[in-house]
Design a protein around this ligand. Sequence first.
Ligand SMILES: NC(=O)C1=CN([C@@H]2O[C@H](COP(=O)(O)OP(=O)(O)OC[C@H]3O[C@@H](n4cnc5c(N)ncnc54)[C@H](OP(=O)(O)O)[C@@H]3O)[C@@H](O)[C@H]2O)C=CC1
Ligand SMILES: CC(C)(CO)C(=O)C(=O)O
Length: 299
Amino acid sequence: MRPSPTWWILGDGALGRLFAARLTTTLSLHLIGRRAAASPLRYHAPCGETHEVDVARTTLATQALHTYARPALVVLATKSHATLSAVEELAAHVVPQTPLLSLQNGFSIQPRLAETWAGPVLCASTTEGAYVEGDAGVVHAGTGTTWVGDIHNAWPTLARDCAYWLNQAGFSAYHDAAIIQRLWHKLAINAAINPLVARYRIRNGQLRDQPFRRMVDTIIDEIGPLLEGEGIIPPPAGWHTLVWEIIVATANNRASMLQDVLADRPTEREAILGPLLAAAKRQRCSTPILETLYHDTPS
Ligand SMILES: NC(=O)C1=CN([C@@H]2O[C@H](COP(=O)(O)OP(=O)(O)OC[C@H]3O[C@@H](n4cnc5c(N)ncnc54)[C@H](OP(=O)(O)O)[C@@H]3O)[C@@H](O)[C@H]2O)C=CC1
Ligand SMILES: CC(C)(CO)C(=O)C(=O)O
C-alpha cells in the first residue's frame, strides 16, 4: 500500500459521515462540521451490522486541526447550495492549490468550483446511499459505484489516485475521463427519484409500486431525449434501466431530498431540475412533466 495521505471531509452529514467512517481506516482523516461533535461514529453497514468507528470530528476553528499535516485533498460533502460558502470558509485554512473532490449531485456547482478554485477540482458521481441517524450515526443504506474525474480531464493521475484510496476504503471507485457524461447520467437518476420521494415521503424502493412506477417512467421519457439533445450519450442499457437499477440498489434509502424535506431544510431542486429546465429552454422543447415536478418540489 502507498503511504497514507491526509484528507479532510467538509460536511458532517450523511455522505460525509459515510465516507469518513470508511476512509478513516486507510488514511489520516478529519471530518469537519460546523459544530464540535463526539466520536465514535456509529456506522450501520448495509449488511445490518453496526460498527463504532473512531473518526476525528472537528471544526475549521479548532486549532488542533492545523497541527496535523496539511490535507492532500478535501472532500466536499455539503449540499450543492451550501458548497460555495463552505469553500470560501475552507480557503482560509488550506493552501490555494489543495485539490477538492466534489460529491454534489446535480450539475451546477461543479463548473463554478472549477472556475473559481485555484487548485484541481475533481468531481465524483456516486450512487452510494446514506442517511444520518442522530448526532453520531450514519446508515449506509445502499452500496453503489463512485466515478471520479474532472470536467476538463486535466488531472487523470490525481483522479486515479483518489479512486485508489476510495477502493482501499471498500468503495467501488473508478476514474472516468468523461465525468461530465457521468454527472448528467446521475442527474437523470436524481431527477427521476428525488422530487417524487420527497413529495410523497417514501423510500426509494417504494417507487416500484403504482402509481409511482408510472410517474418515474413518464419522467424518464421526458428527460432522456432532452439529455441526448445536449449531446449526452445514453447509457448502454438505456435511461430506464439506468434509473431502475439505482432504485433497486438503494431501495431502503431515504434519498437526500427526502431527508431535506423531513428536516425542513432547503432542497437541491435548483441543482437537479434547474439544469434540465435550462436545457429545455435552449432546445425550445416543451417539458410539462419537469415543470410540474419543479413546481411541486420545495426549493
Ligand atoms: N445522502 C446520499 O445518499 C447522497 C448524497 N449525495 C450528494 O452529496 C451531497 C451531500 O449530501 P448529504 O450528505 O446527504 O447532505 P447532508 O445535508 O446530510 O449533509 C451536508 C452537511 O454539510 C454541512 N455543511 C453545510 N455548510 C457547511 C459549512 N459551511 N461548513 C461545514 N459543513 C457545512 C451541513 O451542516 P449543518 O447540519 O450544520 O447544516 C451538513 O452536515 C449532496 O450534494 C447530495 O446530493 C450524493 C449521493 C447520495
Ligand atoms: C443515489 C441516490 C438516489 C440515493 O438515494 C441519491 O443520489 C440521493 O439520495 O440523492
